[in-house]
Design a protein around this ligand. Structure first.
Ligand SMILES: [Zn+2]
Length: 302
């Protein structure tokens, strides 16, 4: 365990070249909110002469929505995003996550938890019931130990963010009882293995970040730079999400959607053209300081 406060520093990042990523989950088709994230991560990487990678986060197999993986890949094609490496799929990498779990077992940072949903009840903070029981790992949930200390990072848009995981959350799950590897574990391991330096994603993931920083620090991984984009809201003030059935991106309207999304990100207008050309112009004009704190959309793009 680290005894000092875990802090993110941007100073070291400047010495490394920029590697960014777009990492959608195929739990539904891509929607306008996903397009904002794709464009922002792409333009920020390219404006900083960096690389841009794509990773499909499909470890949660029961939640995968039929054909959404195909839709994601056809969107990347239709919007003419050009990843700088082959697209990776997390479901092909389960043995890698298992190896990292073994490493965390050796360092005694994880333990097996037999608590059922019923035992946990409505309490959202896990109080460490199984922490010292030394249960066998087979067929149990696996939790990561957290410490009573503040984890802080400087988000490029949202400013300073701090969280005490023990007080806010408790030891959290890295592998579920049904064998599913958690989002937290797969993200941290793959960001490290892909050499990611900069994370640009939606603000719905903001409160996952402290968990990921903590896990990364236990594994000795370098820290990352974070930028969490404001969530796009529809006319009714609901955030665009798969849960409230945001409309799937229509690949036949790629230039129009791209133009709208670039404007929604507060960037200068890009004329309709081939998506590749529009993206090049958006990269040249890219200005993080123009990204609005809130994004409200007219009816068409819900
Ligand atoms: Zn437990």
């Amino acid at each position: 365990m680290l005894s000092h406060e875990v802090k993110q520093s941007d100073a070291l990042l400047d010495l490394r070249s920029y590697v960014g990523r777009f990492a959608p989950s195929p739990t539904g088709p891509l929607h306008f909110g996903s397009l904002l994230t794709a464009i922002a991560s792409y333009c920020d990487a390219k404006a900083n002469h960096g690389q841009w990678l794509v990773r499909i986060e499909d470890t949660d197999i029961p939640r995968i929505y039929p054909n959404s993986e195909t839709h994601i890949l056809s969107c990347i094609d239709a919007f003419q995003f050009e990843p700088d490496a082959e697209i990776i799929f997390q479901k092909d990498r389960l043995d890698i996550y298992e190896q990292v779990l073994e490493q965390l077992k050796q360092s005694q940072d994880i333990y097996a938890c037999q608590c059922t949903r019923k035992m946990l009840g409505s309490n959202h903070i896990y109080i460490g019931t199984c922490r010292n029981l030394n249960l066998d790992f087979a067929n149990q949930a696996i939790r990561l130990k957290v410490a009573d200390q503040l984890i802080c990072f400087q988000d490029r848009l949202q400013g300073q963010q701090c969280s005490n995981l023990q007080q806010d959350l408790g030891d959290f799950v890295l592998k579920r009882r049904d064998g599913i590897i958690s989002y937290q574990l797969a993200v941290v391991v793959d960001d490290y293995l892909q050499g990611i330096t900069h994370v640009v994603r939606g603000a719905d993931l903001l409160d996952n970040t402290a968990r990921q920083i903590w896990l990364g620090s236990l594994l000795g991984y370098p820290s990352l730079s974070y930028m969490h984009l404001p969530l796009a809201m529809n006319d009714q003030g609901q955030k665009l999400s798969k849960q409230n059935l945001a409309q799937a991106l229509d690949i036949n309207k790629a230039p129009e959607l791209l133009q709208q999304a670039i404007l929604a990100l507060g960037q200068s207008k890009v004329e309709l053209d081939q998506p590749r050309i529009m993206l090049q112009q958006a990269v040249q004009q890219w200005d993080v300081n123009s990204i609005p704190l809130g994004i409200h959309l007219a009816g068409t793009f819900q």
